[in-house]
Design a binder for this molecule. Structure first.
Ligand code: TXA
Ligand code: MG
Length: 348
């Protein structure tokens, strides 16, 4: 299949949206930009089209997708918000939508089971990217990140092309993603003491911010995570069972600079946070390649935007081992370290 990339710029993005909507209505899958990472989109109410997403991504069917809506009011088409959670959900939606916050809520029965992997909850978000939002206003969109399963998430149209070129008819190029790591996923739940927010995946909306709205609690540990399971693992904590974000190259995350002991004859690439002068790892060996996430003083938000891009470049650089520096685990740094730890764990 030929994959066409069209740029959604100021003049003609409406035309591009019309083209994407027509393909989606026809049951096809297309790559669309969001503010976090690019998504591989299908009509959420067309089970066959959603099946195609799993097929194209080579994603196991037990890992559910996020439904992207186009208006706040469309939440009711996808989820059945329990009365006791209405206030907290309203507050979250008012504070963070459109934006990189995904809510896990009881699903409406007519959302196809394939979207939620048979679970009775559904993940929903309203993207802040105008192209995704304009498409989702026409059709609710089921979309995972537009990478092959387990690989590095794409933050540009070119990265999508590298991942899925030849497998999908259309990539809408909406520019580089503003946030660069996937949305924060929370499940609002009611307890005797009031509502709590179960943090299922750290992302651009930080725990510190959510804490102002309600108590934030940890995800449940899934049995399948630790013991394996005879049947299909049930994904309660998303992105926790999946080996994720893996470069093809071996990667190590150095949490203490003294832990890195270079070996003779090994070609190393460095993923540095701030670069020379600010990092003891830059001087630690003769690096083959260095990619810097946020040169100079180091800004976590800039680091997040460039993280997957830099990782992709290092993966293509032909080194034997990618070495990553740690970043501070505050704000979006929590999400960055989550992705780096998973990438390192998955690359072995
Ligand atoms: O920023 C994002 O969220 C991007 C863009 C494209 O919107 N999407 C994304 O999708 O990261 P994906 O499929 O790569 O990750 C979605 C995560 C998965 O780990 C999945 O397990 C989890 O969401 N998930 C989906 N539905 C769920 C549910 N009902 N309960 C718990 N986790 C769920
Ligand atoms: Mg993903």
């Amino acid at each position: 299949m030929d994959t066409k990339t069209v740029v959604a710029d100021f003049e003609d993005w409406r035309e591009v949206v019309t083209e994407a909507v027509a393909l989606l209505e026809d049951g096809q899958v297309v790559a669309l930009p969001t503010e976090t990472v690019y998504g591989l989109a299908a009509d959420a109410f067309n089970a066959e089209a959603v099946a195609r997403v799993f097929e194209v991504k080579e994603r196991p069917s037990f890992d559910p997708l996020i439904v992207h809506i186009g208006h706040k009011r469309d939440l009711d088409i996808i989820a059945d918000v329990p009365e006791e959670l209405e206030d907290i959900v309203d507050e979250l939606v008012e504070a963070y939508w459109p934006g990189p916050l995904t809510l896990v809520l009881p699903k409406k029965s007519d959302v196809p089971d394939i979207v939620t992997s048979g679970m009775d909850t559904v993940a929903v978000r309203l993207s802040a990217h105008e192209v995704m939002r304009a498409v989702a206003r026409e059709i609710p969109i089921a979309a995972p990140s537009a990478n092959r399963f387990g690989r590095i998430s794409p933050t540009s149209a070119q990265a999508v092309e590298e991942e899925l070129g030849g497998k999908i008819p259309l990539i809408v190029d909406g520019g580089a993603c503003r946030d660069g790591v996937e949305s924060t996923i929370i499940s609002p739940e009611m307890t005797e003491k009031g509502p709590v927010l179960r943090m299922l995946r750290p992302g651009p909306i930080a725990r510190e911010d959510l804490r102002k709205i309600a108590k934030v609690i940890k995800p449940k540990k899934t049995k399948a995570d630790h013991e394996g399971s005879g049947g299909q693992p049930k994904v309660e904590a998303p992105g926790q069972t999946e080996s994720h974000y893996a470069p093809a190259t071996k990667m190590i995350l150095v949490e203490q600079p003294s832990d890195f002991v270079p070996e003779e004859g090994v070609k190393y690439g460095l993923l540095s946070y701030r670069g020379e002068g600010n990092s003891s790892l830059v001087e630690a060996t003769e690096w083959d390649t260095i990619e810097i996430m946020s040169p100079g003083k180091g800004k976590l938000a800039e680091g997040a935007v460039r993280l997957f891009y830099c990782l992709r470049k290092l993966d293509a650089a032909g080194v034997d081992v990618i070495v990553c520096e740690s970043v501070s685990e505050t704000g979006i740094g929590v999400a960055m370290m989550d992705r780096l730890r998973r990438a390192a764990a998955a690359s072995k």
